[in-house]
Design a protein. Sequence first.
Length: 314
Amino acid sequence: MTAARVLAVALAAALFTIACSDDDSAPGDSPTATPDATASPDATASPDATVAPTDEPEAEVNLTTLPIGDAVSSAPQAGAVWACQTTFGGGGASATGDWVKDDGTYDLTGKPLVDGEVDWESEITVATEGDSRLITGNGLPNHATGSYPVSPDDDAYAFDRNPNSIAAQNLGVTLPLDPEIAAEASCVPMGTIGILLTGSAFFNALDAAGRDAVAFEIQDGCGGHPEMGGTYHYHSLTSCLEDARSDGHSQLLGYALDGFGLYGHHGEGGATVTNADLDECHGHSHAIDGGPDTYHYHATWEYPYTVGCYRGTP
């Protein structure tokens, strides 16, 4: 099943203009979990199921010519990932297709998607205790996923043979309730850098080879996949979490591990946020919903997609 076939209906209105592993997988055994429903590797998801983007970009964005991210920095830098890891090996996708273009862009709508529609019993609780915010759960998403490991019968297998299985995790994160901007920013690790309100983790924008994971790796219709330990995760804002807005501005969609919130693609007045609107860590400060000025991160359609470095203290 190709992305062009699956996403055509939902993204037809999204083709405009932009100014603008990470399987972490290695051959071998992976932990497995028993889903609530049996995967259907040959099933084609309808536009309102696993592959349906609930957040269609506005006129500034062209999903068919997104710039491939290649900025991996050793210090805070706008539009880059300041990665704690400085050397990268193999892993991730083994081949690329015609969605990767010679001009340094890629067509998000032209990528294959991992087949299947597997439901999970997601558990997530966000609570406050004193001056802390506590997030607990099992790491499983509240939406259906593709069928992992990727089947040899899946057209995604020709590009990304992710051998990992999705498994429940013991999620327990304690964050500052009122995070403060640190004197100095800090790098983001490979692995979990935050939790979305779907109940699953988001990683930085890099795959295990240090490349733009969204451009090169093959995910399922919700933009997720598992790594070696079974953690289902995203490298960008999932299309299966509604980017709801209040007075035009995206609402809270998750938390980075430094405690600052992650908001969706829309900033003040409903404008689509780009890297040019954000600082070196992919965030900025202003009042939200009439409250005080608050530092927060934004998801963008362009690399590095979520958090480029920590502005607070993880």
